[in-house]
Design a protein around this ligand. Structure first.
Ligand code: ZN
Length: 84
């Protein structure tokens, strides 16, 4: 009788492990899909702040024109310095 209980316990543990593995692999697949989407959109481009030379995502920058050239600034403080 005891052996049968152990056998079912092991089966149950195997079942749990398999479930975790399947979830793990599906998770990896969805992550890879997300990465591909990011690449095709090309949103996360980094640019350098013209004042303090910090790299920052292009979406978050303040854009300023000076002498018909476009400059990227990371913060209002840097914008003030740039103008000043
Ligand atoms: Zn800056």
């Amino acid at each position: 009788m005891f052996r049968i209980i152990v056998f079912f316990l092991i089966l149950y543990l195997l079942y749990l492990t398999a479930k975790k593995l399947i979830r793990y692999f599906f998770h990896i697949e969805s992550l890879e899909k997300d990465k591909k989407n990011d690449r095709s959109d090309g949103i996360t481009e980094l640019v350098k702040c013209s004042v303090c030379e910090t790299f920052i995502s292009k979406d978050l920058t303040i854009k300023e024109y000076k002498n018909n050239e476009l400059y990227y600034l990371c913060s209002k403080a840097c914008q003030e310095k740039f103008k000043g």
